[in-house]
Design a protein around this ligand. Structure first.
Ligand SMILES: [Ca+2]
Ligand SMILES: [Ca+2]
Ligand SMILES: [Ca+2]
Ligand SMILES: [Ca+2]
Length: 377
């Protein structure tokens, strides 16, 4: 499917370019004399196949692909933008301040634009032919698998007729803003690099905000020791015979000779939170408050195991005091069980994550926690 849609991009890249009226003003600038040079769709199809085969398009954080077709010596600076993700691309910014080997290029005009199929393309900057600086474009209806194309005229500070080549554009930075009316909306960034094998400059534009795959929980693996969280339990290092007590340590049996000698979940030799379940209800075992973006889905996950076989703990997970999931531990000790549950932030800007034990038996009801994680989707 992506391949078929890529051909739509290729067709807009190949649109016959009309020489703009301003051409007479800068007739000597080869970046404005590009009507003869257009990439052939079949060549670009091969490029796309190679990109797919090389794994260039499998990054889970990939937002969009931007290409500038070669050859390296071409003065035809024609950008093709292909939106990969299910989100609306609103703004594109191009700065070539690191291009031309660090001497920098300034874009003086944008021309021969092709808007997304059912949307619009507006040149916000440069304002006219006399512009000097980055390019800022805004779009409407630039949805998943849609594409757009346009040419720019890059010049140097002191030469408004400078002929920049595709290779000169290397290190050009491209930034995208998605759904800009949404708080915490997605930002993506990439850098143009000429690939001589593909004969095209490619920028894989990947998500840089919000940060994905990174847990907001401090010390979720407990490797920093007894820090980064709050609890209603009593910290009792080396002695977990009392109910309602916990330790952060590497071996439950060292805290209570009746417990199993479990390794932690992270490495087998690291720290875990070891707990002798409380006999009062609703005592918070573990809690932490984190800052969140509104209208985002977060995954709260982690691992737990019984450390004594009798009356296993029944854990409940809460966000902002609302239960969002439970985990009934088995009586098998030292067998780490995962839990994962999702939460939608809505209007919230903070999330207080907590874990309680619904079992209040005094005999048994002993467990450990490790590798707690809270990540935005
Ligand atoms: Ca130029
Ligand atoms: Ca120029
Ligand atoms: Ca650990
Ligand atoms: Ca107990």
């Amino acid at each position: 499917m992506k391949r078929a849609l890529f051909f739509i991009l290729l067709s807009v890249l190949s649109v016959t370019q009309l020489i703009p009226a301003q051409e007479a003003i800068s007739a000597a600038d080869p970046n404005k004399q590009v009507s003869a040079v257009t990439p052939r769709a079949e060549e670009m199809g091969r490029v796309f196949d190679q990109m797919m085969a090389s794994g260039m398009l499998t990054d889970p954080n990939l937002c969009a692909v931007v290409v500038v077709p070669g050859p390296a010596t071409s003065f035809n600076i024609r950008f093709g933008v292909f939106n990969v993700i299910d989100d609306r691309l609103d703004v594109l910014m191009i700065d070539s301040f690191r291009a031309l080997g660090g001497q920098s290029l300034l874009h003086s005009s944008v021309f021969a634009t092709v808007a997304p199929a059912s949307g619009t393309l507006t040149v916000d900057y440069p304002p006219d032919e006399a512009g000097n600086g980055p390019v800022v474009l805004s779009f409407t209806h630039f949805n998943q698998f849609a594409s757009a194309a346009f040419n720019t005229d890059p010049d140097t500070y002191d030469n408004p007729s400078f002929g920049a080549t595709v290779l000169d554009m290397d290190q050009t930075s491209i930034e995208l803003v998605y759904s800009r009316d949404q708080p915490g909306s997605r930002r993506c960034q990439g850098t143009l690099t000429f690939d001589p094998n593909l004969n095209v400059s490619v920028a894989n534009i990947v998500q840089v905000f919000p940060t994905t795959g990174q847990s907001l929980i401090v010390n979720g693996d407990f490797e920093l020791g007894n820090t980064g969280f709050s609890t209603g339990y009593t910290f009792s290092p080396g002695n977990l015979f009392p109910e309602g007590a916990y330790d952060v340590a590497t071996n439950p049996q060292a805290d209570n000779s009746l417990f199993s000698p479990c390794g932690d979940h992270t490495t087998g030799t690291g720290n875990m939170m070891i707990v002798n379940g409380a006999v009062q209800p609703n005592v918070i075992v573990w809690s932490e408050t984190v800052t969140v973006l509104p209208n985002r889905t977060y995954d709260f996950s982690g691992w737990a195991t019984s450390v004594f076989p009798t009356s296993p703990a029944h854990l409940q997970f809460l966000v902002n005091n609302a239960p969002i999931g439970e985990l009934q531990l088995s009586s098998n000790t030292c067998q780490w069980q995962p839990f994962t549950t999702s939460w939608f932030s809505g209007a919230s800007t903070t999330a207080t994550l907590s874990i309680i034990d619904l079992n209040t038996d005094s005999f048994g009801n002993d467990f450990a926690l490790d590798d707690l994680s809270f990540v935005v989707q």
